[in-house]
Each structure stands twice: as C-alpha cells, then as structure tokens.
Design a protein around this ligand. Sequence first.
Ligand code: C3B
Length: 798
Amino acid sequence: MAKDNMPKTDFRDAILWHLTYTLGKDPDHAQIFDWRMALSYAVRDRIVDRWMAATRETYRADAKRVYYLSMEFLIGRLLEDNIVNMRLADEARSAIESFGLNYRSVLLDEPDAALGNGGLGRLAACFMESLATLGCPAYGYGIRYEHGLFRQSFADGRQHEAPEDWLQQPYAWEFERPEAAFTLGFGGRVVSRDGKAVWEPENFVKSEAFDTPVVGWKGRWANTLRLWSGRAVNPFDLERFNAGDFAAAAENEALARTISRVLYPEDSTEKGKRLRLTQEYFFSAASIRDILRRFLSDHADLRLLPQKVAIQMNDTHPAIAGPELVRLLHDEHGLPFEEALHITQGCVNYTNHTLLPEALESWGEDLFASLLPRHLQLIDRIDDAHAKANPSRKVAARGEGRVKMGELSFIMANRVNGVAALHTGLMKTTVFKELHRLHPERIVNETNGVTPRRWVHSCNPRLSTLITDTIGEGWVGDLEQLTKLEPHIDNPDWLSRFTEVKALNKADLCDWITRDHGLMLNPQAIFDVQIKRIHEYKRQHLNILEAIAHWQEIKDNPGAGWTPRVKIFGGKAAPGYFFAKDIIRLINDVSVVVNADAQTNELLQVVYLPNYNVTMAERLIPAADLSEQVSTAGKEASGTGNMKFALNGALTIGTLDGANVEIRERVGADNFFLFGMTVDEAEARRNVEAHATKAIAADPRLARAVDAIRSGVFSPSEPDRYAGIVANLTGADYFLVASDFSDYWRAQREVDRAYADAQGWARMAALNVARSGWFSSDRTIRGYMADIWNAKSLIGQE
Ligand code: C3B
C-alpha cells in the first residue's frame, strides 16, 4: 500500500495504513500501544470529515455559537466513545480481532484524560458530547494540563498521591495549532495616555491551542474542545546559554509551562493561590480573544456579539472572562465603557455548582491587583454601574478587601443557573438572595444530566442490548423512550433477563476485583457502592459507621437471617484535606478487620478501590445494586453519579438533597430508600445544643460504633488514630452524621428486606431504569439552548 493510496473505505486497511505510515511500525513488531494508536487515527479520520462539515455549516448559517468555558473537562477515555458514536463498533472489533488482538484490551490501553476533579468536570465532558449530539455549534475551552488529577494509592490504608501523566504518550485525538496562539500579559501597571487607561503588563505568556474533535451520536455533528497550553514568548535565551548558564537559558519556557502544568486537586474548596488565578486568567483571556477573533472574521459590528455568541462560565473559575471582554471592547476596540459592559452582559452566563462557603472563590485585592491591575479597576466600574442602576443594592463584587467571584459572575451574567431544582431554590434564598431580589428573572434552573451514550450504551452493553431488543434503538439518542420499558417489567421472562444482566455485570466486576485487587467478593451480596470525592458533606463516614454497627450486630446475632452485603468505596481526597484523608484511612482500617472476620465475612465485606476514575466508574456502576447518595440535605448541589446508578438499575439510598429529590419524584417514592433530615430540619437541628451527643446517647448502635473507633478496634497499634473523627462526630458534627444515623440504619435494614425478595427488587430496579430517561444531558443541554443561550441546532430531528 503506497502512502498516497490512503484507503478511504476499508477500515481494516486504514488501521494498517496508520500503523505503517503514521506510527512507522511493522505489523509484526507492533505493540498494543501501536495498534491502539493506529485504530484511534483511523477513527479520527472519519470524525474529521464530519468535523469540517460541521464547521463549514456553522459559518454558512452564520449561527450563534456556544462557548463553554471550564477549568475542568473530565473526559476519561475517548476511543470507545468515538467508535460508538461513529457506529464503527463492529468494524473496529472485527478488524482488531483479525490482527489477533483482544478488542477490550486495546480499548483499555488508552489512558484516562483526567483533566478534572469530579462532578463539575465530568458534567462538562457530558455536555460536550450532548452539544455535538444535538448539533449545537459549540466550543469547549479549557486548559491542557500536563498532569491531570493525581493517581491515588494506599500505603497502610493512607492515601498516597503520585503525579498523573497522560501526556507521556502522544494523545491521539488532538491537533496542535501552533498558529492559534495569543500573547497574554500579567502584572505591571496601568498608565493614563491621552486620557485613556492603558495596561502595561510586566510579564507575557503565550497560549497555544490544542483541538480535540468531539463527535455526537451517529456522527451527525462534531464540535471542538480547545485546550490551551502555556508557552514562553521567548523560549530560549541564547545569550545566557552561551554564557554557560544552561538552566537559566530555559527558565522562561519552564515558567510559562508551569501555568498549564497541573490541575489543582481541590474539589469544592478554594485555596486562593496565585498560580490558580494565573491559570484562570490564562485560559479565560485566551478563549475570549479566540471568540472575538472568530466573530470579527465575518462580522464588523461588535454590537452584534450577543446575537452570535453565548458564553457559559462553568462555575466562577472563568469569571475573569467578563471583565476581560469588557476590557477588550473598551480599552482595545474603543467602545464606551457602558456599551462594552452591556454587550458583555448579553453574552455571558454563569452556572453555580455549590453553596458551600469554602468553595466560593474570592481573591485578596493585593494579589488580584498585582496580577490583573486593569481588571481590578474595571471591576470597580462594573460595581459602580451596577450601583447606579440599582440604588438599593447592598452587594458588590469588591468589598472587605476582596474580589468576590460569585457576585462578579452574577452581576456580569445574562442568566445564572443552578444544577438541580432544590439547589436553584436555595441559591435564591441564601448566597444570592440580595442579587436575586434585584434581578428576579436572572436565576434559572437546569437540572444536570449524563450522556446516555457513555453511561448506559457503552458502559453497560448487556443492559443496552436488552433495552434495544425490547424497544428498539431510539432510546440512545432520546433517553426518555426508556419509559417504553415499563409495560415489559411485569413480564417474568423479561424481568429474569433484566436480573441476569445485573448478575453477569456483578460477576465481571468480581473477576476484575479478584484479578486486580486480590479480593474475592460474594456475588450474591448486595453491591452497595459509594463513589465520589471524599468530603465531609458527602458523608462517607456515615456509611462506614453504619458498616461498623452492622458488623457488630451480625456478630451479636449471626443467625438472624442477614442479607449479605459488599460495601464498595471509591474516591480521592484533596491532598491537603486532612479530615477526608482520615476518613479514607478509617474505611481501609475497617475493611481489614471486617474482611478478616471469619464469623461475619460471608455476610459483610468492605472494599476500598484505589484510584477511582471515569473508567472505574464505568465498571462499577453497571454492577451496583445500591447507590449511596447520603449527603447532608442542602449541601450536594446536584450529584450526577446518582443519575448514572439509577439509569443502570441500582436503587438509591439517599437524602432529600440535590437531584436525589428529582430522581425520587420520577422513579417513585416506593422505588427509592429515603432517609434523613430535610434542609429545614437540618438547619433547625444545628441549633439544638449538643445535638451530636444527644443523638449518640439516643442510639446504642451508634454509641457502640463510635466507641469501637475510639477504643482502637480498627487501629490497635494506635488507638487514638481517629481521635479527630471521634471528636468531630461527638462534637460540632456540622454535617449531622450522628443525627441522621438512626434513620439511615432503618433505611439500610429496609434495603436488606427488599433485596431478600429478588423479584420485588428486580422490579424496583427496572422501574428506576425505565423512569430515569429525563436525566439525559441531552435534555439538560436543550434546556440551556432554550432558556440561556437562545441557540439553535443545525441538524434536523431524525
Ligand atoms: C459538583 C457538585 O458538588 C455536584 O453536586 C454537582 O453535581 C456537580 O458539581 C456538577 O454540577 N461540584 C464540583 O464537582 N466541583 C466544584 N468545585 C463545585 C461543585
């Protein structure tokens, strides 16, 4: 095969072609990496055709474009997603098998792109896929971190962090765009020239673009994820090199690259670090310039910007994009300030993802001024303009010596949205109460969703086949069609096929856990799974306390007909979050004791799988029976894992928090294990003096479980290892673990009883699948398009 004869049709030949000419490998010597890359390039070629067609169509239609600005895109692996969406699965499998390789192994060779911490980053990835599926012209903008979220391992039960390096290997999906670079300034001062403010930055960095196409279901449309990488303006100082100072000669480049070196591992906590603000400005400013450049390439009138551009700020991390756009329009394009502000407010929107005070970003003005002196002035003018238009206003973006990014984002935004109904309601009555009073039309709700392609179709092929056999394939692109399953649930043959799917998925998970983690699990047990970041408000410690109490009670009464249970945990803690790290260690310590107890280990096992990531979620969710969504009411903005579990036939044990509320409404209260206080009850309970001590005194099971921790049952060599956790549980207990324990215990025993009735359980699980179709991110994105962006699809309905 000659190079100029690159095959266009035969997929197998295309793989061989890439192996030979792109990778320079002889098939006889190719390793799995080479095959995976060759396969990826062959898939990518097909995507590129769609991608270019979509771009041409967007220009032709002069369509409004959506720009999703996010510090995080937790995309995971892309190969299977892309193969599935391009409908190449059969061809890819048979080609790969014809080369004597295992198809799964080739797919699993791809490293996870872990450019995010948790829910917020994964949501951005689901949104990109849904935007492409819906044919909405859109760009994702973010940072091409050299090191994604750290790799977690356990040593002695303790979390250990190692750097992640997905870019050690070339990334098959991206296109480097050295020509699409901007020079960005930092620091310096603002001077007045001819009565105009002029920012004279002190340092400069280049942002270089890397584009990854994101293709939608059936390959009908493809958008771009553009990630920025830091580069030096003058990468190499020859003079210093010649003078023998080799390290200094490369210093510029090293400093510039630092900006995109690592993802901050803080999830829902704010650290106020200078490098973090630098990253935020770096990617926001590069993106805004890119947006303006594209707009100006075929429009002359900047006043048309809001008709052609919708910018979504994923949380406050890109909040500086607002003032930056004002600055470019006013300082550089010469529009009057008021007009620049008005245009910007017509383009920018803001999604809030949390009400936790420790997560709301704010910057000391000294730090802010030293990095972005001109922006600080503009923020003052924005505040003044807001005060003038709203004389009764009591809030401002700047105050108490700080720049508050939540307030700034709200003031700059055309629409502000929450991520689940309960959360949006609380935004109006708590953090944004005053701003909501001034702008009652601004806050809207867009309940989160997840992409059905990855989170059902690909990760759960058995369930997917059953659904398609039952109702046809339309559900993959229109998840609400899952309701058509309902009439089949009463058919015993159908229900037994459904049960079989879960059993086989559980068997697969057991095999993997045995192989990779050396643990034998009881596949008959309830697979009870809590996977998410470790955080006090998410209450993994409530879960492990219940496990301890359960273990103690089984020992008291081994013959009481217990339903066997396997408790599975996964999740990382921010490296500096010591309480969360103690929780991890406690779970690991408990698992050692409980799993070694021959008296109980047929009935209860505890497993903590290290290095939870997107790929692990894809293994665990299809095999789960029970989904733990146990946050303190009012603290989990939405949750999205909760949706993935329900869609894959796990029942939820959960509080009335975040999207749990909407899941329960849809699947039906009978098919959901509710427990715990409501938001109002929790609020009231916090005001009860010594609420934790009282709750412990009132529940002997809880008292005994806490005592076991306190007395070192799980840490015999160091009995006071968990003094911190015990002090918290018996003291302030802000997240009300003690107060919710008894009801949680009650709900867990209901779970046991329900599971013992295999038919009844299967029915409830199947109803969860049939009624969760609303939680597709396609539905969410349609909501954003209609309520926030006023954007149109460029592909027709099928
Ligand atoms: C998360 C919230 O904690 C989740 O409830 C929510 O489902 C997701 O965002 C997506 O909306 N979140 C996060 O992952 N990181 C933050 N910094 C704030 C919120």
